[in-house]
Write a protein that binds this ligand. Structure first.
Ligand code: ASP
Length: 441
Protein backbone atom coordinates (compact mmCIF):
# COMPACT_ATOMS: atom_id res chain seq x y z
CA UNK A 1 0.00 0.00 0.00
CA UNK A 2 1.34 3.42 -0.93
CA UNK A 3 1.66 6.37 1.42
CA UNK A 4 0.29 9.71 0.32
CA UNK A 5 1.18 13.08 1.79
CA UNK A 6 -1.51 15.75 1.47
CA UNK A 7 -0.68 19.41 1.78
CA UNK A 8 -3.58 21.82 2.16
CA UNK A 9 -2.91 25.44 1.22
CA UNK A 10 -4.33 28.61 2.77
CA UNK A 11 -7.64 28.69 0.89
CA UNK A 12 -8.22 25.03 1.86
CA UNK A 13 -7.80 26.02 5.53
CA UNK A 14 -9.60 29.36 5.36
CA UNK A 15 -12.76 28.51 7.32
CA UNK A 16 -14.14 25.77 9.52
CA UNK A 17 -16.33 24.43 6.71
CA UNK A 18 -13.47 24.22 4.23
CA UNK A 19 -11.31 22.48 6.85
CA UNK A 20 -14.10 19.91 7.25
CA UNK A 21 -14.08 19.37 3.45
CA UNK A 22 -10.30 18.93 3.54
CA UNK A 23 -10.65 16.40 6.36
CA UNK A 24 -13.26 14.52 4.29
CA UNK A 25 -10.76 14.30 1.43
CA UNK A 26 -8.11 12.84 3.78
CA UNK A 27 -10.56 10.30 5.18
CA UNK A 28 -11.69 9.21 1.71
CA UNK A 29 -8.37 7.45 1.06
CA UNK A 30 -6.60 5.39 3.75
CA UNK A 31 -3.28 5.96 1.97
CA UNK A 32 -3.50 9.67 2.87
CA UNK A 33 -1.56 9.30 6.10
CA UNK A 34 0.42 12.52 6.50
CA UNK A 35 -1.17 15.95 6.29
CA UNK A 36 0.70 19.26 6.07
CA UNK A 37 -1.24 22.50 6.42
CA UNK A 38 -0.91 26.20 5.72
CA UNK A 39 -2.34 28.98 7.87
CA UNK A 40 -5.93 30.05 7.10
CA UNK A 41 -5.81 32.09 3.90
CA UNK A 42 -8.37 34.21 2.10
CA UNK A 43 -12.07 33.25 2.24
CA UNK A 44 -13.02 35.80 -0.42
CA UNK A 45 -11.19 38.37 -2.49
CA UNK A 46 -10.24 41.29 -0.28
CA UNK A 47 -9.94 39.05 2.80
CA UNK A 48 -6.65 39.05 4.74
CA UNK A 49 -4.53 35.93 5.16
CA UNK A 50 -3.70 35.02 8.77
CA UNK A 51 0.01 35.03 7.81
CA UNK A 52 -0.30 38.64 6.61
CA UNK A 53 -1.96 39.58 9.90
CA UNK A 54 0.85 37.84 11.79
CA UNK A 55 3.52 39.76 9.85
CA UNK A 56 1.62 42.93 10.74
CA UNK A 57 1.73 41.85 14.40
CA UNK A 58 5.48 41.34 14.11
CA UNK A 59 5.92 44.84 12.61
CA UNK A 60 3.85 46.35 15.41
CA UNK A 61 5.85 44.56 18.12
CA UNK A 62 9.12 45.65 16.48
CA UNK A 63 7.81 49.23 16.46
CA UNK A 64 6.93 48.90 20.18
CA UNK A 65 3.26 49.59 19.43
CA UNK A 66 1.55 47.17 21.83
CA UNK A 67 -1.94 48.60 21.39
CA UNK A 68 -1.80 48.15 17.59
CA UNK A 69 -0.43 44.63 18.08
CA UNK A 70 -3.30 43.71 20.38
CA UNK A 71 -5.83 45.00 17.91
CA UNK A 72 -4.34 42.97 15.03
CA UNK A 73 -3.92 39.90 17.20
CA UNK A 74 -7.58 40.31 18.14
CA UNK A 75 -8.49 39.84 14.46
CA UNK A 76 -6.49 36.60 14.36
CA UNK A 77 -8.30 35.48 17.51
CA UNK A 78 -11.66 36.10 15.82
CA UNK A 79 -10.60 34.11 12.71
CA UNK A 80 -9.58 31.07 14.76
CA UNK A 81 -12.52 31.28 17.15
CA UNK A 82 -14.91 31.36 14.18
CA UNK A 83 -13.19 28.32 12.69
CA UNK A 84 -13.62 26.48 15.99
CA UNK A 85 -17.30 27.44 16.14
CA UNK A 86 -17.91 26.28 12.55
CA UNK A 87 -16.27 22.95 13.26
CA UNK A 88 -18.50 22.67 16.32
CA UNK A 89 -15.97 21.05 18.64
CA UNK A 90 -13.93 22.38 21.57
CA UNK A 91 -10.45 22.49 20.01
CA UNK A 92 -8.92 24.49 22.91
CA UNK A 93 -7.90 27.09 20.42
CA UNK A 94 -7.98 29.96 22.91
CA UNK A 95 -5.23 28.27 24.94
CA UNK A 96 -3.04 28.08 21.85
CA UNK A 97 -3.76 31.71 21.00
CA UNK A 98 -2.95 32.87 24.57
CA UNK A 99 0.34 31.01 24.50
CA UNK A 100 1.29 32.44 21.08
CA UNK A 101 0.36 35.98 22.16
CA UNK A 102 2.44 35.69 25.33
CA UNK A 103 5.50 34.40 23.47
CA UNK A 104 5.26 37.10 20.78
CA UNK A 105 5.00 39.86 23.39
CA UNK A 106 7.97 38.34 25.23
CA UNK A 107 10.12 38.72 22.11
CA UNK A 108 9.95 35.28 20.45
CA UNK A 109 10.75 36.99 17.14
CA UNK A 110 9.34 37.66 13.71
CA UNK A 111 9.57 34.14 12.30
CA UNK A 112 8.00 32.61 15.40
CA UNK A 113 5.14 35.10 15.08
CA UNK A 114 4.62 34.35 11.35
CA UNK A 115 4.66 30.60 12.00
CA UNK A 116 1.78 30.56 14.47
CA UNK A 117 -0.87 30.47 11.73
CA UNK A 118 0.32 27.07 10.52
CA UNK A 119 0.97 25.87 14.10
CA UNK A 120 -2.62 26.55 15.18
CA UNK A 121 -4.10 25.35 11.87
CA UNK A 122 -2.26 22.03 12.28
CA UNK A 123 -3.53 21.69 15.85
CA UNK A 124 -7.06 22.14 14.52
CA UNK A 125 -6.64 19.65 11.66
CA UNK A 126 -5.07 17.11 14.03
CA UNK A 127 -8.07 17.38 16.37
CA UNK A 128 -10.58 17.16 13.51
CA UNK A 129 -8.89 14.05 12.07
CA UNK A 130 -8.03 12.64 15.49
CA UNK A 131 -4.45 12.11 14.36
CA UNK A 132 -1.26 13.12 16.28
CA UNK A 133 0.21 16.60 15.79
CA UNK A 134 3.95 16.57 15.04
CA UNK A 135 5.70 19.93 15.12
CA UNK A 136 7.86 20.82 12.11
CA UNK A 137 10.60 22.00 14.50
CA UNK A 138 11.21 18.34 15.35
CA UNK A 139 12.77 17.68 11.96
CA UNK A 140 12.89 20.63 9.54
CA UNK A 141 16.35 22.19 9.95
CA UNK A 142 18.03 25.23 8.41
CA UNK A 143 21.80 25.76 8.29
CA UNK A 144 23.59 28.85 9.60
CA UNK A 145 23.07 30.63 6.26
CA UNK A 146 19.33 30.16 6.64
CA UNK A 147 19.14 27.52 3.89
CA UNK A 148 17.27 24.25 4.34
CA UNK A 149 19.66 21.56 5.58
CA UNK A 150 18.24 18.81 3.40
CA UNK A 151 20.43 15.98 4.62
CA UNK A 152 19.72 16.57 8.29
CA UNK A 153 16.04 17.30 7.63
CA UNK A 154 15.44 14.06 5.71
CA UNK A 155 17.38 12.03 8.26
CA UNK A 156 15.43 13.49 11.19
CA UNK A 157 12.17 13.47 9.24
CA UNK A 158 12.49 9.77 8.56
CA UNK A 159 13.34 9.07 12.20
CA UNK A 160 10.61 11.23 13.75
CA UNK A 161 7.80 10.39 11.33
CA UNK A 162 8.47 6.64 11.36
CA UNK A 163 7.12 6.69 14.92
CA UNK A 164 3.76 7.91 13.65
CA UNK A 165 1.69 5.91 11.16
CA UNK A 166 -0.37 9.07 10.66
CA UNK A 167 0.39 12.70 11.55
CA UNK A 168 -0.56 16.32 10.95
CA UNK A 169 2.38 18.70 10.53
CA UNK A 170 2.40 22.49 10.23
CA UNK A 171 3.98 23.80 7.01
CA UNK A 172 6.14 26.89 6.36
CA UNK A 173 8.68 26.62 9.18
CA UNK A 174 11.32 24.62 10.98
CA UNK A 175 14.22 25.27 13.32
CA UNK A 176 17.10 27.61 12.49
CA UNK A 177 20.75 26.95 13.39
CA UNK A 178 20.26 29.26 16.43
CA UNK A 179 17.57 26.93 17.80
CA UNK A 180 14.76 29.40 17.04
CA UNK A 181 11.75 28.98 14.77
CA UNK A 182 12.62 29.89 11.19
CA UNK A 183 10.23 30.23 8.26
CA UNK A 184 10.67 29.57 4.55
CA UNK A 185 9.89 32.34 2.07
CA UNK A 186 6.19 33.05 1.46
CA UNK A 187 4.21 30.10 0.16
CA UNK A 188 6.84 27.79 1.67
CA UNK A 189 4.25 25.35 3.01
CA UNK A 190 4.62 23.63 -0.38
CA UNK A 191 8.27 22.93 0.47
CA UNK A 192 7.25 21.49 3.84
CA UNK A 193 4.83 19.10 2.11
CA UNK A 194 7.60 18.01 -0.19
CA UNK A 195 9.97 17.45 2.76
CA UNK A 196 7.41 15.25 4.50
CA UNK A 197 6.81 13.30 1.28
CA UNK A 198 10.56 12.71 0.93
CA UNK A 199 10.99 11.80 4.62
CA UNK A 200 8.31 9.09 4.52
CA UNK A 201 9.19 8.10 0.92
CA UNK A 202 5.62 8.70 -0.16
CA UNK A 203 4.21 7.21 -3.33
CA UNK A 204 2.50 10.54 -4.07
CA UNK A 205 2.62 14.12 -2.79
CA UNK A 206 -0.83 15.65 -3.19
CA UNK A 207 -0.88 19.43 -3.07
CA UNK A 208 -4.47 20.54 -2.45
CA UNK A 209 -5.22 24.10 -3.50
CA UNK A 210 -8.00 26.15 -5.10
CA UNK A 211 -7.28 25.40 -8.76
CA UNK A 212 -7.50 22.11 -10.63
CA UNK A 213 -3.83 22.08 -11.60
CA UNK A 214 -1.64 23.99 -13.98
CA UNK A 215 -2.90 25.80 -17.03
CA UNK A 216 -0.97 26.48 -20.19
CA UNK A 217 -1.02 30.23 -19.51
CA UNK A 218 -2.02 32.75 -16.84
CA UNK A 219 -5.85 32.72 -16.64
CA UNK A 220 -5.79 36.43 -15.78
CA UNK A 221 -4.50 37.09 -19.29
CA UNK A 222 -5.91 34.20 -21.34
CA UNK A 223 -9.54 33.33 -20.79
CA UNK A 224 -9.97 29.63 -19.90
CA UNK A 225 -6.48 28.47 -20.91
CA UNK A 226 -5.92 24.77 -21.60
CA UNK A 227 -5.38 22.52 -18.60
CA UNK A 228 -2.01 20.71 -18.45
CA UNK A 229 -2.46 17.04 -17.45
CA UNK A 230 1.24 16.42 -16.85
CA UNK A 231 4.46 18.33 -16.33
CA UNK A 232 7.97 17.10 -15.60
CA UNK A 233 9.88 18.50 -12.62
CA UNK A 234 12.04 20.42 -15.09
CA UNK A 235 9.08 21.96 -16.89
CA UNK A 236 7.50 22.90 -13.59
CA UNK A 237 10.71 24.54 -12.45
CA UNK A 238 10.90 26.63 -15.64
CA UNK A 239 7.24 27.63 -15.50
CA UNK A 240 7.01 28.38 -11.80
CA UNK A 241 10.30 30.26 -11.83
CA UNK A 242 8.84 32.40 -14.59
CA UNK A 243 5.76 33.28 -12.61
CA UNK A 244 3.28 30.38 -12.85
CA UNK A 245 2.67 30.42 -9.13
CA UNK A 246 0.48 27.42 -8.35
CA UNK A 247 3.37 25.84 -6.44
CA UNK A 248 6.42 27.36 -4.70
CA UNK A 249 9.28 27.06 -7.20
CA UNK A 250 11.57 25.35 -4.65
CA UNK A 251 9.08 22.71 -3.65
CA UNK A 252 10.26 20.13 -6.15
CA UNK A 253 13.79 19.80 -4.76
CA UNK A 254 13.02 17.45 -1.85
CA UNK A 255 10.92 15.03 -3.94
CA UNK A 256 12.86 15.22 -7.18
CA UNK A 257 15.84 13.06 -6.26
CA UNK A 258 13.49 10.36 -4.95
CA UNK A 259 11.27 10.62 -8.05
CA UNK A 260 8.10 11.12 -5.96
CA UNK A 261 5.31 12.48 -8.17
CA UNK A 262 3.31 15.54 -7.15
CA UNK A 263 -0.37 15.92 -7.91
CA UNK A 264 -1.96 19.38 -7.82
CA UNK A 265 -5.59 18.98 -6.80
CA UNK A 266 -8.54 21.23 -6.07
CA UNK A 267 -10.11 21.05 -2.58
CA UNK A 268 -13.25 22.63 -4.01
CA UNK A 269 -13.50 20.15 -6.92
CA UNK A 270 -11.90 16.98 -5.57
CA UNK A 271 -13.24 14.91 -8.48
CA UNK A 272 -11.03 16.81 -10.97
CA UNK A 273 -7.92 14.96 -12.12
CA UNK A 274 -5.47 17.77 -11.43
CA UNK A 275 -1.97 18.04 -12.83
CA UNK A 276 0.68 15.39 -12.23
CA UNK A 277 4.29 16.48 -11.89
CA UNK A 278 6.57 13.61 -12.74
CA UNK A 279 10.22 12.77 -13.33
CA UNK A 280 9.93 11.86 -17.01
CA UNK A 281 7.18 12.23 -19.59
CA UNK A 282 4.64 9.41 -19.54
CA UNK A 283 3.71 7.82 -22.82
CA UNK A 284 0.36 8.60 -24.33
CA UNK A 285 -0.48 11.56 -22.06
CA UNK A 286 0.84 14.34 -24.26
CA UNK A 287 -0.68 15.62 -27.42
CA UNK A 288 1.20 18.92 -27.12
CA UNK A 289 4.61 20.17 -28.21
CA UNK A 290 4.65 23.23 -25.99
CA UNK A 291 3.58 22.53 -22.42
CA UNK A 292 3.03 26.06 -21.18
CA UNK A 293 3.84 29.74 -21.46
CA UNK A 294 4.68 31.95 -18.47
CA UNK A 295 6.35 35.25 -17.85
CA UNK A 296 7.33 38.03 -15.49
CA UNK A 297 7.62 41.78 -15.79
CA UNK A 298 10.10 44.29 -14.40
CA UNK A 299 13.62 43.34 -15.32
CA UNK A 300 16.55 45.54 -16.28
CA UNK A 301 18.87 44.69 -19.15
CA UNK A 302 22.39 46.12 -19.05
CA UNK A 303 24.05 45.60 -22.42
CA UNK A 304 27.80 46.06 -22.66
CA UNK A 305 29.40 46.54 -26.08
CA UNK A 306 33.14 46.28 -26.51
CA UNK A 307 35.12 45.55 -29.67
CA UNK A 308 37.17 42.35 -29.44
CA UNK A 309 35.49 41.43 -26.16
CA UNK A 310 35.94 37.77 -27.14
CA UNK A 311 39.76 38.14 -27.03
CA UNK A 312 39.94 39.68 -23.56
CA UNK A 313 40.41 36.88 -21.05
CA UNK A 314 38.48 37.49 -17.80
CA UNK A 315 36.21 40.21 -19.23
CA UNK A 316 32.92 38.55 -18.27
CA UNK A 317 34.26 37.68 -14.83
CA UNK A 318 35.14 41.33 -14.13
CA UNK A 319 31.61 42.40 -15.04
CA UNK A 320 29.99 39.63 -13.00
CA UNK A 321 32.16 40.51 -9.99
CA UNK A 322 30.51 43.95 -9.92
CA UNK A 323 27.10 42.47 -9.22
CA UNK A 324 28.39 39.45 -7.30
CA UNK A 325 30.06 41.68 -4.70
CA UNK A 326 26.69 43.32 -4.06
CA UNK A 327 24.92 39.97 -3.65
CA UNK A 328 22.89 40.54 -6.83
CA UNK A 329 22.11 37.51 -8.94
CA UNK A 330 21.36 37.74 -12.64
CA UNK A 331 18.64 35.83 -14.44
CA UNK A 332 20.12 35.58 -17.91
CA UNK A 333 23.37 36.38 -19.64
CA UNK A 334 22.82 36.51 -23.39
CA UNK A 335 25.97 37.30 -25.36
CA UNK A 336 27.38 37.74 -28.86
CA UNK A 337 30.92 38.30 -30.17
CA UNK A 338 31.27 41.85 -28.91
CA UNK A 339 28.31 42.24 -26.54
CA UNK A 340 27.00 40.76 -23.36
CA UNK A 341 23.82 41.60 -21.50
CA UNK A 342 22.92 41.13 -17.89
CA UNK A 343 19.24 40.61 -17.13
CA UNK A 344 18.51 41.45 -13.51
CA UNK A 345 15.26 41.78 -11.57
CA UNK A 346 14.47 45.47 -10.94
CA UNK A 347 13.96 44.87 -7.23
CA UNK A 348 17.73 44.30 -6.80
CA UNK A 349 18.61 47.61 -8.45
CA UNK A 350 16.46 50.00 -6.46
CA UNK A 351 17.60 52.97 -4.35
CA UNK A 352 20.54 54.03 -6.51
CA UNK A 353 22.07 50.55 -6.84
CA UNK A 354 21.61 50.59 -10.64
CA UNK A 355 23.66 53.80 -10.96
CA UNK A 356 26.41 52.35 -8.76
CA UNK A 357 26.52 49.13 -10.80
CA UNK A 358 26.70 51.01 -14.10
CA UNK A 359 29.45 53.32 -12.87
CA UNK A 360 31.51 50.39 -11.68
CA UNK A 361 31.01 48.38 -14.88
CA UNK A 362 32.13 51.45 -16.85
CA UNK A 363 35.27 51.58 -14.70
CA UNK A 364 36.29 47.90 -14.66
CA UNK A 365 35.17 46.91 -18.17
CA UNK A 366 35.72 50.16 -20.16
CA UNK A 367 32.94 49.34 -22.63
CA UNK A 368 32.48 51.14 -25.95
CA UNK A 369 28.80 51.51 -25.15
CA UNK A 370 26.50 50.70 -22.23
CA UNK A 371 22.77 50.45 -22.91
CA UNK A 372 20.26 50.12 -20.08
CA UNK A 373 16.54 49.32 -20.30
CA UNK A 374 14.64 49.05 -17.04
CA UNK A 375 11.26 48.01 -18.43
CA UNK A 376 11.93 44.51 -19.69
CA UNK A 377 9.56 41.57 -19.38
CA UNK A 378 10.53 37.95 -19.96
CA UNK A 379 8.25 35.33 -21.48
CA UNK A 380 9.19 31.65 -21.49
CA UNK A 381 7.76 29.06 -23.87
CA UNK A 382 8.36 25.72 -22.18
CA UNK A 383 8.09 22.08 -23.21
CA UNK A 384 10.15 18.95 -23.76
CA UNK A 385 8.37 18.52 -27.08
CA UNK A 386 10.34 21.46 -28.52
CA UNK A 387 13.55 19.44 -28.70
CA UNK A 388 11.89 16.81 -30.90
CA UNK A 389 10.05 19.07 -33.29
CA UNK A 390 11.45 21.25 -36.05
CA UNK A 391 10.20 24.79 -36.57
CA UNK A 392 8.98 25.68 -33.09
CA UNK A 393 11.12 28.80 -32.78
CA UNK A 394 10.18 29.82 -36.32
CA UNK A 395 6.50 29.63 -35.34
CA UNK A 396 7.12 31.54 -32.12
CA UNK A 397 8.98 34.42 -33.75
CA UNK A 398 6.56 34.63 -36.67
CA UNK A 399 3.67 34.89 -34.20
CA UNK A 400 5.47 37.66 -32.30
CA UNK A 401 6.32 39.54 -35.47
CA UNK A 402 2.71 39.25 -36.69
CA UNK A 403 1.64 40.77 -33.37
CA UNK A 404 4.10 43.66 -33.92
CA UNK A 405 6.20 42.75 -30.88
CA UNK A 406 9.85 43.72 -30.91
CA UNK A 407 12.06 41.08 -29.30
CA UNK A 408 15.02 42.59 -27.40
CA UNK A 409 16.61 39.38 -26.26
CA UNK A 410 16.42 35.64 -26.95
CA UNK A 411 17.74 32.96 -24.63
CA UNK A 412 17.46 29.26 -25.26
CA UNK A 413 19.11 26.84 -22.88
CA UNK A 414 21.04 24.03 -24.52
CA UNK A 415 18.56 21.49 -23.13
CA UNK A 416 15.98 23.02 -25.54
CA UNK A 417 13.41 22.99 -22.77
CA UNK A 418 12.50 26.65 -23.03
CA UNK A 419 12.85 29.66 -25.27
CA UNK A 420 12.87 32.91 -23.34
CA UNK A 421 12.27 36.24 -25.03
CA UNK A 422 12.89 39.67 -23.55
CA UNK A 423 10.37 42.31 -24.60
CA UNK A 424 9.17 45.66 -23.28
CA UNK A 425 6.82 45.56 -20.25
CA UNK A 426 4.13 47.22 -22.40
CA UNK A 427 4.17 44.25 -24.80
CA UNK A 428 3.92 41.63 -22.04
CA UNK A 429 0.22 40.74 -22.30
CA UNK A 430 0.30 40.82 -26.13
CA UNK A 431 3.35 38.56 -26.14
CA UNK A 432 1.69 35.99 -23.88
CA UNK A 433 -1.45 36.08 -26.02
CA UNK A 434 0.39 35.73 -29.34
CA UNK A 435 2.49 32.84 -28.02
CA UNK A 436 -0.46 31.05 -26.44
CA UNK A 437 -2.62 31.41 -29.54
CA UNK A 438 0.12 30.09 -31.79
CA UNK A 439 0.61 26.86 -29.84
CA UNK A 440 -2.73 26.20 -28.19
CA UNK A 441 -5.47 27.56 -30.43
N1 ASP B 1 1.15 30.80 5.21
C1 ASP B 1 2.34 31.07 4.47
C2 ASP B 1 2.11 32.18 3.47
O1 ASP B 1 1.04 32.75 3.41
C3 ASP B 1 2.95 29.84 3.87
C4 ASP B 1 2.06 29.04 2.96
O2 ASP B 1 0.88 29.29 2.87
O3 ASP B 1 2.56 28.14 2.30
O4 ASP B 1 3.01 32.52 2.75
Amino acid sequence: MGVKVCKFGGTSMASGNVILSAAKIVKADTERRYVVVSAPGKRFSGDIKVTDLLYKCADEIEAGNLAAFQETFGKIRVRFTNIEAEIGKDLRISEGLDEAEKEIVNGAGRDYCASRGEFLAAKIMAAVLDVPFVDATEFVRFNKDGILDQEKTFELGEKVLSKYPRAVIPGFYGLGADGKVKTFSRGGGDISGSIVARSVMASLYENWTDVSGFYACDPRIIQSPKWIPELTYQELRELSYMGANVLHSESIFPVRSAGIPIRICNTFRPEDKGTYIVKTESRGVRSYVVTGVAGKKDFTSITIEKSFMNEEVGYVRRVLDVIGRRGISFEHLPSSVDTMSLIIENQFLKNGVLDEVIAEIAEVATPDRLIVHDDIALVATVGHGMARNVGISARLFKALSNAGINVNMIDQGSNELSIIVGIRNDDYEACLRATYNEFFN
